[in-house]
Unconditional design. Structure first.
Length: 362
């Protein structure tokens, strides 16, 4: 126990500041940095925190361990899983295919599914799946999950290595409400979207995301990685704040449309810049995706197509939460400000994100 405790003690490992243009005063940045450091020490935070404004990095800091058993520290370049943050990339892939004429937002899912998933109603459209307004049954209904540390996959996770392998778990779920009637967050709907992109193009979903989203965005380190073949730069996901139990048996061995891509804090900053510069999809496509489709009062948010939106104002968010993963990245176009928190344990990101929200006036 003593050896493990020594390895898992929270440590701040790297801090990199860029002062090309001091957009926030040094006093404000120092105060924020000190507050993040103190909270990270109190909570045992493991991960990376980064703040950018107008293309300049105000600060970037890494804490804790990527691999607790071997004492490998997180760095600002560590790859972290972002769970449902991947849904924004899935949505952008779909919009890129819409803009290329492959299909339309109004295209019925049934036209590409054929005889598969017969419980999905004939009138469910791609747009409704993107907006969480499809009403289809969900293979992973978050309202029924008691604890993030539960084992919730309905089949052995090694069997979920391709989109087509999800068909047995996506099927058999009755419609919950008529298509378009209301908002209800739905993980399965985003795997269905991944399936539709493959059926329409004949190309694997993960490769489509790489080619049509990550490369145009300059996200060169972002990729779907198998959990049983992680490279040395990737952080293991820990189910609890201390101890050595990882999430390798909790999640699909390879991420898909609803989550599981790995990224870095630098790639996330590149993502937001590229998104609003129109380098992934057109500015008109971006505007369509961040147009509020639904209120989400339980989360004090709204939702567009693949993106969380602040309840008021222009804030756009990606967010993810899974066993061994907690992640949030926020961008404010009006102030050109981005801040991201990536953590490799289930509850790590939220206290730091709340602090940033409070200190940055969000």
């Amino acid at each position: 126990m003593g050896a493990i405790a020594a390895v898992t003690e929270p440590i701040r490992t790297i801090l990199v500041d860029s002062w090309h243009a001091p957009l926030l005063s040094s006093k404000i940045v120092q105060s924020l940095r000190d507050a993040v450091d103190a909270l990270a020490d109190r909570t045992g935070f493991s991960g990376v925190v980064r703040l950018d404004r107008a293309g300049e990095t105000e600060f970037s800091a890494a804490y804790g361990f990527a691999d607790r058993a071997h004492g490998i520290l997180n760095t600002v370049d560590t790859l972290f899983a972002i769970a449902s943050g991947s849904k924004g990339l899935t949505a952008l892939l779909v919009m890129a295919l819409v803009e290329s004429g492959t299909f339309e937002l109004a295209t019925p899912a049934r036209s590409l599914l054929g005889a598969d998933l017969p419980l999905i109603s004939d009138d469910v459209t791609i747009e409704q799946l993107l907006a969480h307004r499809s009403g289809i049954g969900d293979y992973l209904d978050e309202d029924t999950i008691e604890s993030i540390s539960d084992y919730v996959m309905p089949v052995p996770v090694h069997e979920l290595a391709s989109t087509e392998q999800f068909l047995p778990v996506l099927g058999g779920h009755e419609t919950v409400f008529p298509a378009g009637e209301r908002f209800q967050y739905n993980n399965g709907g985003y795997v269905v979207l991944a399936l539709l992109t493959e059926r329409a193009t004949g190309i694997d979903f993960q490769q489509l995301v790489r080619t049509l989203v990550c490369e145009p965005a300059g996200m060169l380190d972002t990729a779907f990685l198998r959990s049983d073949e992680l490279p040395g730069r990737a952080a293991l996901g820990y189910v609890f704040a201390d101890g050595l139990k990882t999430n390798v048996f909790h999640l699909p061995v390879l991420g898909n449309g609803d989550g599981g891509i790995y990224s870095t804090a630098a790639d996330l900053s590149a993502f937001w810049d590229s998104l609003f510069a129109g380098r992934i999809v057109s500015p008109e496509g971006v505007a369509e995706m961040v147009r509020p489709r639904s209120d989400w009062p339980q989360e004090s948010k709204r939702f567009g197509l693949g993106f969380h939106l602040d309840a008021t104002g222009d804030g756009v968010q990606l967010e993810g939460y899974d066993a061994g993963v907690s992640f949030s990245s926020r961008h404010y176009p009006s102030s050109a400000m981005t801040y991201s928190v990536m953590s490799n344990w289930s509850g790590g990101a939220w206290p730091i994100m709340r602090l940033l929200d409070e200190r940055l006036g969000i």
